[in-house]
Design a protein around this ligand. Structure first.
Ligand SMILES: Cc1ncc(COP(=O)(O)O)c(C=O)c1O
Length: 362
């Protein structure tokens, strides 16, 4: 099988990891943690960072830090991985769905305003599949209605909106380093912010609510959401390669567009979005099938040794969040969407093979 995603390591991850074992610093203390945190904040041009056990816990901590509580409402896209929605629920608040924009699959600012009530406290834009959301419009709405913005950049490390890195727009931004992401630590996540008070709250909640001044004195009900030194050791080595990964991912996207040109021109498929204001990172190169059943195509590609993934299902269609309201763009994109192999290890000939097989099936 040509996999959808695959880790890429070299001797740097190995050496860093070995150092944690040799020195015995394997839990959530050790120098790799602060080195990784500082380097990642610098990469995104942000002041403060706090590493976490995964991207979901980063989002939960961000919501806790801005004070989301039962009775509050938080605006989320109806098309996303489920984590940002679940974390709103973890706080006892209500996720309020907004449909996505058909041209770039991110939350549609035009539709946010209709969903704002007196209870709305925050918006979580998700930079889906590595394409930035329209941050200028979102920040304008947030300012007007006095809402916090928590960016979910779990799939978009290094992507840019109008020349500025995603993760540098929100009050807090959150990243994931899960094994299929742009850079990886196994499980792992990060919160970034320019606000010292938010940083302190994140650090308090992630460490059992323990006082910074008095050990084993707990100020609030907290969690153990800490990253380990072993994860950070891998993360630091990965971060040094992020710009190379991005370059490779862009080459992959260009090759897909090139080999699929005839299918795109005939309207048989719609390519992965690319808005003029976006520097995409193409976490997973994804297309929409306009002519045939998506599931049938995935099955036939699998028979040819090509691994694919369906796009996320709309959250409002799944049992915990079922709603009668329709979110037509999310539903349509989800029904037609396929993610193709996008690993940085992918070879040109493999992309050509995948595109030829897709052409034969279509
Ligand atoms: C958009 C989005 N948000 C949040 C997460 C959660 O990250 P993690 O799997 O590290 O908890 C993911 C990834 O899986 C994601 O794709």
């Amino acid at each position: 099988m040509i996999p959808v995603a695959e880790p890429y390591f070299d001797e740097n991850e190995f050496n860093n990891l070995l150092e944690t074992i040799k020195t015995g610093w394997i839990s959530s203390k050790g120098e790799f943690i602060s080195r990784f945190e500082q380097a990642f904040a610098k990469y995104c041009n942000m002041k403060y960072s706090s590493s976490t056990s995964n991207g979901t816990t980063a989002l939960h901590l961000a919501l806790l830090a801005v004070g989301i509580k039962p009775g509050d409402e938080v605006i989320v896209p109806s098309l996303t991985f489920i984590a940002p929605v679940n974390t709103v629920r973890y706080c006892g608040a209500k996720p309020v769905f907004v449909d996505v924009n058909k041209d770039y699959w991110g939350i549609d600012p035009e539709k946010i305003k209709n969903k704002i009530t007196k209870k709305t406290k925050a918006i979580i834009p998700v930079h889906l599949y590595g394409h930035p959301c329209d941050m200028e419009s979102i920040l304008e709405i947030a300012k007007k209605y006095n809402l916090y913005v928590i960016e979910d950049a779990a799939e978009a490390h290094g992507a840019e909106y109008k020349g500025k890195k995603v993760g540098s727009f929100g009050d807090i931004s959150c990243f994931s380093f899960f094994g299929n992401k742009n850079i990886i630590t196994g499980e792992g996540g990060m919160c970034l912010t320019n606000n010292e008070k938010f940083l302190e709250k994140i650090n308090l909640f992630k460490n059992h609510g323990m006082s910074k001044k008095k050990r084993y004195w707990h100020e609030v009900v907290g969690y153990n959401y800490r990253m380990t030194n072993m994860q950070a050791a891998v993360g630091l080595a990965q971060l040094k390669k992020l710009d190379k990964f991005i370059e490779k991912k862009n080459q992959i996207a260009n090759l897909y567009r090139h080999y699929l040109k005839d299918l795109i021109n005939q309207g048989l498929i719609t390519p992965h979005p690319k808005m003029p204001w976006a520097k995409n990172v193409i976490w997973l190169y994804s297309i929409l099938i306009n002519s045939k059943s998506r599931d049938e195509i995935m099955k036939k590609l699998a028979e040819k040794g090509i691994d694919t993934r369906p796009l996320f299902y709309p959250i409002h269609q799944m049992p915990p969040y079922k709603e009668k309201n329709k979110y037509p763009i999310s539903e349509d994109i989800s029904r037609r969407g396929i993610s193709l192999p996008s690993s940085v290890k992918l070879k040109k000939e493999e992309i050509e093979y995948i595109c030829n097989e897709l052409r034969n099936i279509l």
